[in-house]
Structures are given as C-alpha cells and as structure tokens.
Design a protein around this ligand. Structure first.
Ligand code: NDP
Length: 295
C-alpha cells in the first residue's frame, strides 16, 4: 500500500522561525530597530490565554519585543479601542493583534476596523480581506493560518496552479481566506460548508484538500482522490482514557485512512498548528521591514 509524504509542519515552522530570527538580528545590527508585537487579550478564556502566552514565548525566541494588554471580561469596547489607538501611534509597535473571540458586549467588527492596516499582522481588517479577494490588489497582510497552509504546499514543492482545490469550511479566519489564497495561486477552487449536499462527491475531485471544520474524522478515506494532497487545519479534542489528560487532539480528516490514499498529508498535531505562530512572527518582521524601509 502506498503511503503519503507526511508534511512536517513542526520542522517547517522551526525553519521559518530561524529565518525570522536571522533577519531580526540583521535589522537590529544595521538600523537599530527591534520589531514589536502588541497583543490585546480581553476576558479570561483559558484557551485564549494559552494562545497569547505561546505567541509571547515565540516572540521572545526570535527577538521580537512583545507588549501585552490584559483587560477584564466586563471592560468596554471603548477601552479596547483606546488601546488599539495608542498602539497604532506607537512607533515601537509594528504589529497589533486582538485575540478573538471578544466578549459578547463588544462589536468585533468595530474592533478589527480600528487596527491600522499597516500593523494588521493578523490580516483580519476588512480592507486587507477585500484586497485579498480582488485581482491586482495586494493585502498588507494575509491571515496566518491559511498563509501557513499555502506555505506548507510551497515548501513541499506541491504545485497549485491549474489544480482542483476544495476548501472545507468558510470561516473568516481560515476557510474563506484559504479559498481566496488558492484562487490567487491559480487553483480552481470549490468551497464545502455545512449546507453542502454530498460533500464527498466534491472532495473526491480535489487534487488539494484544505479542511477547516472542527469535526473529528469527518473526511473519510473514501472522500479522497488517490494521490491528493491534504492539509488538515482541524484541531479537535476527542476522549482518550489512555492519555494523561483524558483526551487527545485529532484533525478533521481520518488520518489512518487518508494516509494510504493521499500523496501528502499534514498530521494533527504537528502539521498546520505550528505554522500559525510562525506566520505571525514572519508578518511582524515584514511589517517592521516595511515601516522602516529595510530589506
Ligand atoms: P468555525 O467554526 O468558525 O468554522 C467552521 C466551518 O466549517 C464553517 O464554515 C462551517 O460551515 C463548516 N462546517 C461545520 N460543520 C460542517 C460539516 N459537517 N460539513 C461541512 N462543513 C462544515 O471554525 P474555524 O474556521 O475557526 O476553525 C476550524 C477548525 O480549525 C477548528 O477545528 C479549529 O480548532 C481549527 N483551527 C486551527 C488553527 C491552527 O491550526 N492554528 C487556527 C484556527 C482554527 P457554515 O459556514 O455553513 O457554518
């Protein structure tokens, strides 16, 4: 039985972080500038706190200064907007990110709109998404998780141009921008979502599948065309009495089945997951380079 190439996101992410670190020290030596990333965390969601902690650690490891603002769950939208406005004007800050989701009393749209697009390293500003969707326009930044998916394809020399790609999921942060990116790379793109009938008939035609759903083992081996490339964004906890935590993480794709059918596949964990933060660091470096005209 043929076995797929395992796309090692952990290794690629490490390579990217090293490249970023080298560039940052070169920048510091040449023009005395250290890139800075500001992170705003509202409320006390444990998962959000973990993500923010990991982002800060990653910044430290490559030499990016990080500035963290923690606000209580019941703070006002105005307070968040004030912090964003200060960071927009602060020359030591090159990237601003607001950890999502925000508490329900806040309007996410107002908050994302407030980040100046030159510092929008998450790529969630509607102007950046709009540019991503338009021919002949360049977004300042592309959202990190879908950018990481495409980067994995590039680094494994997987051709995209002219290929049939299917993206499963259409969220603003993953599925939709992933589909736009694939289209920019000249793939022919279909989008499968919760209202799609017979999704397997569509995925079976795909040369490239990017799945960002959040349903464990939804994509069966029978959904996959022999030789297809699978990028599995899903991170889903499933019960596992043998694990010390009582659960383990799996993707959207039934890995054991798909790995014998696909030509290449990302594991979960260790596939797309580590790429998101690597892309955030890379976007922050890019921003600092642009702002200070350093190449
Ligand atoms: P959302 O819940 O925002 O979006 C899920 C999408 O999947 C929706 O578009 C939904 O369709 C679609 N969907 C849901 N059920 C089905 C179904 N049965 N068949 C087809 N489509 C379906 O999730 P996110 O995009 O934020 O995240 C998706 C997954 O990726 C999650 O597991 C998340 O943990 C993971 N993730 C991983 C990241 C990383 O690796 N760093 C970063 C971000 C997310 P509809 O639009 O019709 O509702």
């Amino acid at each position: 039985e043929a076995s797929a190439t395992i796309i090692d996101g952990k290794r690629v992410a490490k390579d990217i972080r090293e490249e970023v670190a080298v560039n940052i020290s070169r920048m510091k030596d040449n023009i005395g500038i250290v890139p800075g990333l500001a992170v705003i965390l509202v409320g006390d969601r444990k998962d959000s706190a973990t993500y923010v902690r990991n982002k800060k650690k990653a910044c430290d490891s490559v030499g990016i200064n990080s500035y963290e603002i923690r606000l209580p769950e019941d703070c006002t939208e105005e307070e968040v907007l004030n912090h964003i406005s200060k960071f927009n004007d602060d020359p030591s800050v090159h990237g601003i990110l607001v950890q999502l989701p925000l508490p329900s009393q806040m309007n996410e749209q107002n908050v994302l709109n407030a980040v100046c697009i030159e510092k929008d390293v998450d790529g969630f500003h509607p102007l950046n998404i709009g540019r991503l969707a338009m021919r002949g326009r360049e977004p300042s930044f592309v959202p990190c998780t879908p950018k990481g998916c495409i980067e994995l394809l590039h680094r494994y020399d997987i051709p995209i141009k002219g290929k049939r790609a299917v993206v499963i999921g259409r969220s603003n942060i993953v599925g939709m921008p992933a589909a736009l990116l694939l289209q920019r790379e000249d793939a022919t793109v279909s989008i499968v979502h919760s209202r799609t009938k017979n999704p397997e008939e569509i995925t079976k035609q795909a040369d490239i599948i990017i799945s960002a759903v959040g349903q464990p083992n939804m994509v069966k081996g029978s959904w996959v065309k022999p030789g297809a490339v699978i990028i599995d964004v899903g991170i889903n906890p499933v019960e596992d009495p043998e694990s010390s935590k009582g659960y383990r993480l799996v993707g959207d794709v039934c890995y054991e089945e798909a790995k014998n059918i696909a030509s290449a596949i990302t594991p979960v964990p260790g596939g797309v997951g580590p790429m998101t933060i690597a892309m955030l660091l890379s976007n922050t470096l890019l921003s600092a380079k642009r702002i200070h005209n350093f190449s």
